[in-house]
Structures are given as C-alpha cells and as structure tokens.
Design a protein around this ligand. Sequence first.
Ligand code: ZN
Length: 145
Amino acid sequence: MSLAFAEARAAASRGEVPVGAVVVGPGGTVLARAGNRTEELHDPSAHAEMLALREAVRVRGGQRLADCALYVTLEPCPMCAGAAVHFRIGRILFGAYDPKGGGVEHGPRLFARPGCLHRPETIGGLREREAQAMLRAFFGARRMS
Ligand SMILES: [Zn+2]
C-alpha cells in the first residue's frame, strides 16, 4: 500500500489526480505500479488501476491475475472495477471510499450484481484518512490556484 501512496504522490506532482495503484503477485512480488496519467496521455481511461492491470499482464504473460492483489489509494470507479473483473484479479484493497465516483461499494456496486462473472475479494478503508487527506489537499490546492 505504501507503494500505491508513493505513486499517488508522484501523480499529484505531475498535476494528475493523486491516485496510485500496485499489482502484487504471489509471494508479494510487485508486478506493476502506476499513477493516474489521464492528463499526460490525453486519455480519460488512463486511471492508475487500468495502467497497473495492463502492465501486470504484460509483465507476466497471459490475461488473468486471479492469484494477484490490486492495491489502490481510492475506491475503483465503475470502469476500473469492470476491468478488474475482466483481468480476474483475486483481491482489491483500497484506501479512501468514493461515494461519488466509486463502483465497488457505491454507485453500481459492480461485484454485488447478479451475473457478475468474477467477484474479487475487496477490502476498503486501508489508511483511509491518509488517502482522503491526499485527495483533499490536491483539490483544495487546485481550487485556490
Ligand atoms: Zn477508474
């Protein structure tokens, strides 16, 4: 989770919304780490989770990450939660809850829907205050500038 926070802080320093994600394989091997790059890549789908999941399968080969965990500083949005289903990620551990934009515990609650092809184990609220404070600081600074 510390690596995910480091990626989020690096994203903020690039002027991106501070969200960081890390994919960890069996035995704790870090397969991929990424921060948001939507501004830099001019790609609204370049969320930290999407980049980290894609990189993890690229590094490993194959398409599935059932024995892997995704650590992310913010509750994944519906797009990233949907991607996590396609990648068959085993576990998702996230920091701050996102009542407005989240898709796991809020909004569509993707994994709870009947017919969901794969339900990753999810744990939310990891270092939640720290994750919230980072987002608040970023958006607060942007409002003032
Ligand atoms: Zn997302």
